[in-house]
Design a protein around this ligand. Sequence first.
Ligand SMILES: Nc1ncnc2c1ncn2[C@@H]1O[C@H](COP(=O)(O)OP(=O)(O)O)[C@@H](O)[C@H]1O
Ligand SMILES: [Mg+2]
Length: 420
Amino acid sequence: MTGLVGGEAPGGRGGAATGASAPYIAPGATLGVIGGGQLGRMFVHAAQSMGYRTAVLDPDPLSPAGLVAHEHIRAAYLDPLALDRLGERCAAITTEFENVPAAALATLAQRRPVAPSAAAVSVCQDRLAEKAAFARSGVACAPHAAISTPRDVERAADALLPGILKTARLGYDGKGQRSVADRAGLAQAFAALGSAPCVLEKRLPLAAEISVVVARNANGEGVHLPVQDNVHVDGILAVTRVPARAHIADATQAEAVALATTLAEALDYVGVLCVEFFVLADGSLVANEMAPRPHNSGHYSIDACDLSQFELQVRAMTGAPLFAPRLHSPCVMLNLLGDLWNGATAPDWRDVLTLPGAHLHLYGKEEARPGRKMGHLTITAASAVDAEARAADAARRLGLAATAGFAATGLAPPIGLAAI
Ligand SMILES: Nc1ncnc2c1ncn2[C@@H]1O[C@H](COP(=O)(O)OP(=O)(O)O)[C@@H](O)[C@H]1O
Ligand SMILES: [Mg+2]
């Protein structure tokens, strides 16, 4: 059952193997990551706990991953000296964000194994290239059109409105997007986005959103995490539940896994890949976007699975064997955005940490800004019902339940929760 456990990707193990076994990089070696955000930080934690040394390339002296790595190379991503040092130090290199210049990965790949490849990352960097990759693999995506000129604005099909105009590159957490009701709104949004190359997507009626994290190594072995049931508020992930709620059928989840696996194989992907899907009212799936890295919706795997997405990243890039992660505890993950901070004052962690199964992760970011991902809280429990009730309680204690848009998360106020 895909909802409760992860698994071996359909046709995964050995499915795309070339016969030759990729070299294995043993603990003790240094693993490099380009990008120093929270995903890099959690990758560093996983790599270090497995006995690897770590190096992070990020220009920010206070980058969350740079703060915890053995070595922090503080330089721009395309700095030739920095890339040279990373290549010299590291036995293999990965990335933690999709906007790393593909040229940096290509340069490093001349010298060391780089996972994912520059080619795979560049597909995920551009929404149009990504949608073309979906189409090549027979994976449905939202009706859309490229909008690069005022003429494209005039010519866009009426059927795409109301829609969402998204910059083709560099968008994240709902940034670089505008909701557009009509053609006048489209023209305004295009101007507001600096007339950058964009894609106009039809706004779809979403019954749910799910995502699948798959991992694949150079031998073509593939596994996946259990399917994530995600709720976004204002374009930013707010809550992830695993297992997915009952309205997301097992068959829908199995299909999402199969599609994500197909995409990873089509890209000859090595590393961790997350594919986000919209679920429509009839249960059909529409691929939204792909991330060539661990994903916010997969953070729960640290506390609720016997193999996390970050350990999968380490295993995939080092040529270590992969096994199918198993969900050992139903869970709910709450994202902790800067909105929860009152100026420099953080929420009362002690209060929320009294809840059994509460796992707090803070990313070491100094400044709390609205919408900024500061950390996450995963609540694990013996049952999904308990995880849900405790997560609702945690949301209340954190002040999250009082924030705008919280009702959309479906986290009901705790009633009848066992006294703790
Ligand atoms: N075509 C669409 N129809 C309906 N909702 C959408 C559409 N595109 C995006 N959204 C909503 O906005 C969220 C963020 O959009 P996404 O394209 O994933 O951008 P980002 O790169 O910022 O994550 C989605 O998770 C979904 O909730
Ligand atoms: Mg997204």
